[in-house]
Write a new protein. Structure first.
Length: 284
């Protein structure tokens, strides 16, 4: 198994360091495609010497076609010899516990030679002949949108929808098998990925939905210092949608939030993580 992260960034200076750092221990390569950022995103990515051996930066990337952009990224992953891809936005931060588990699960389930799709399962009652069982090609994670009150909170809406709602807000497929994977040929707002038979990955019988497998999505928080020309409005809008405690049992919060070597940003300062980290380091 070779897992390659695909990350297309545009004006993500506040979180790109944390997003890329969080996945580095669990992927074999990180391909970053900067889509003409106007803030410090590129400078921050270039400064990340701690993951330099895995990181490949493509600057000034992308056209107006979402389909073309996705297709180029998939081909770049194939050129690296990837068997699976990890889709990573610049405002998504993973927990070692959950992403590490997902990778290990795929590694342990891997067959040589690979199981066929569809698998051969006869389903005949009373027939003891073993079948191929379950084939896992894709894994759906459940995003958690951190509240402004701290990393141990989320927005109330995160707790509203049930686990069986596999829609695009409640779940996101973050790891996908690369062979046969293609863009659906549509543009922004209708874009997506399909398997070789034309079935969308979110409709695939080979997708494993895991409600307790979380990643932190910071989309509502400050993501960049960029403002619209001649205005005070942020290019990336900021929305405080409320904060409630994380559901029990307490989730495995990404440890990268607490790293003292990462760049500061308004959210981490509001959460007080920078001061707490400094105090802890001073005591140590």
């Amino acid at each position: 198994m070779k897992l390659v992260a695909l990350s297309m960034l545009r004006n993500e200076e506040h979180w790109c360091w944390y997003a890329l750092t969080s996945v580095a221990p669990h992927v074999d390569r990180i391909l970053v495609f900067d889509n003409h950022s106007e803030d410090r995103t590129v400078d921050i990515v270039k400064s990340m010497q701690h993951i330099r051996s895995k990181l490949e930066l493509h600057e000034n990337f992308g056209s107006d076609s979402e389909h073309d952009n996705r297709s180029v990224q998939l081909e770049a992953a194939r050129a690296c010899g990837a068997t699976h891809v990890l889709f990573l936005d610049g405002d998504e931060v993973h927990s070692d516990a959950y992403l590490g588990f997902a990778r290990r699960l795929l590694e342990l389930a891997e067959h040589e030679p690979a199981l066929p799709t569809p698998p051969d399962n006869h389903g005949v009652a009373g027939d003891h002949r073993p079948g191929d069982g379950l084939v896992i090609r894709n894994i759906g994670f459940r995003p958690l949108h951190a509240g402004f009150a701290g990393p141990l909170t989320c927005i109330p809406h995160d707790l509203v929808q049930g686990d069986r709602d596999h829609g695009c807000y409640n779940f996101a497929i973050r790891i996908a098998r690369l062979d046969g994977l293609e863009s659906n040929g549509l543009e922004w707002g209708q874009h997506g990925y399909v398997e070789a038979d034309g079935v969308y990955i979110q409709s695939s019988p080979y997708t494993l939905w895991m409600p307790k497998l979380r990643y932190w999505h910071l989309t509502h928080h400050p993501r960049s210092t960029c403002r619209h020309t001649g205005a005070h409005e942020w290019v990336r809008p900021v929305n405080d949608l409320g904060s409630v405690p994380l559901p029990a049992p307490v989730l495995e919060v990404p440890t990268v939030f607490y790293r003292p070597d990462g760049p500061t940003n308004p959210t981490l300062e509001q959460w007080g993580l920078r001061s707490r980290v400094s105090e802890r380091v001073g005591r140590d």
